[in-house]
Ligand binder design. Structure first.
Ligand code: 8DG
Ligand code: MN
Ligand code: MN
Length: 358
């Protein structure tokens, strides 16, 4: 057995939020890439539980401080069980993982992978189209039973596939800043999602917008969307939801993995310099929910999941985009005003957004 001294945070946790995970792992990159293929294929087959165990192992390997050298070493990592351990063993001897190679070569995987990239299409629709024998986006477009949003997703597919550089994002942010502040100059506009985590190329732009005055924040989504339509930037509303501003009951409902109840509009937005249609996700947060909304929409999805699980299982608290709550009867809200405060209350060492890439 090889000697290694490791920060226990890298090994002894199933909570990704307890350790920093960089965007580009220094070690185990090709192993991670192969495991990601298997993980994605499980997702496309609707095997969410199985996909999740791959995601835990992948996250641990991304944060691991050197290349894995043996099966025994791999198995010491929480989240690496016998199955994934064996894949790692295969990788150590053959430099690849046969199952990942098979998946990559399979026509079913290649097709489902493409279909599932269409906005609004999950694995079920992708599988349905595959079973109808469709091989390309063009063939899907001839399906007679498309919903409005599926048709839109297919039409926007080419544009949405084009990744945005940080400069593209900055262009969009500049436009949003000007337009939103022309409505209310005191709006607070915070880019979140992959851009905030430092990603070089982004599939969309996620932005949380708030305003110190509650009444203004309540109607902000409608005001912004109208203005973006007037200026011609907003081409299509992909998803639009405004929620009743009733009191605590909605705030306290905290179904796992269900969309939060913040006002939001997912927009197809024309980027002036390229005329490419970009996805911009606008999220409106009341001022009192601003810090939890920013934390909740910064991601990564796996980081968010582990934060919520940690809050629940280790602290008897509920963390959502709406706030932090103590799970006592009746539920009690813990008022927070910054991300750092949330980490402090949860007793989690501060993790920079750039290190939340699990
Ligand atoms: P990408 O766009 O560059 O591909 O990466 P990303 O920015 O990490 O992914 P994203 O799909 O745009 O999602 C950004 C974050 O938003 C993600 O980490 C989790 C969060 N998020 C959703 N949907 C929902 C939701 O319904 N509720 C909450 N609370 N958060 C959500 O994507
Ligand atoms: Mn995003
Ligand atoms: Mn998004």
């Amino acid at each position: 057995d090889i000697e290694f001294d490791l920060d226990p945070r890298f090994l002894n946790t199933k909570y990704e939020c307890l350790r920093p995970t960089p965007l580009k792992p220094k070690y185990n990159q090709s192993l991670v890439e192969l495991l990601e293929v298997i993980e994605h294929s499980r997702e496309l087959n609707g095997e969410e539980r199985n996909a999740l165990s791959y995601r835990h192992a992948i996250a641990a390997l991304k944060a691991y401080p050197h290349n894995i050298k043996s099966y025994a070493e791999a198995r010491k990592i929480i989240g690496v069980g016998p199955k994934i351990g064996n894949h790692i063993k295969e990788f150590l001897t053959t430099d690849t993982i046969p199952e990942a190679e098979e998946i990559l070569a399979s026509e079913k995987y290649q097709t489902l992978d493409i279909f599932s990239r269409v906005y609004g299409v999950g694995y079920k629709t992708a599988l349905k189209w595959y079973r109808k024998g469709y091989k390309s986006i063009r063939e899907c477009m001839r399906d007679p039973y498309l919903t409005h949003i599926q048709r839109l997703g297919l039409e926007l597919f080419n544009d949405f596939q084009k990744k945005m550089s940080r400069q593209d994002i900055q262009e969009l942010l500049g436009i949003l800043d000007t337009i939103i502040k022309s409505i209310y100059s005191d709006c607070i506009i915070t880019p979140v999602g992959g851009y905030r985590r430092g990603k070089e190329f982004n599939g969309d732009l996620d932005v949380v917008v708030s305003h110190p005055q509650e009444e203004i924040a309540n109607n902000l989504l409608k005001d912004i969307v109208e203005k973006l339509m007037d200026t011609g930037h907003l081409k299509h509303k992909l998803f639009y939801a405004r929620n009743k501003k009733d009191t605590s009951s909605e705030l306290l409902s905290s179904h796992r993995n269900v969309m939060d109840k913040l006002d939001k509009c997912f927009c197809a937005f024309i980027q002036p310099s390229t005329q490419i249609c970009r996805q911009v996700d606008l999220i409106i947060a009341p001022y009192s929910q601003y810090s939890t909304a920013v934390l909740g929409w910064t991601g990564s999805k796996q980081f968010e999941r582990s934060l919520r699980n940690y809050a629940k299982k280790e602290r008897n608290m509920t963390l959502t985009s709406h706030g932090l709550f103590l799970n006592v009867i009746p539920k009690r809200q813990v008022h927070v005003t910054s991300e750092r405060e949330i980490f402090n209350i949860l007793g989690i060492p501060w993790v920079e957004p750039e290190m939340r890439n699990c």
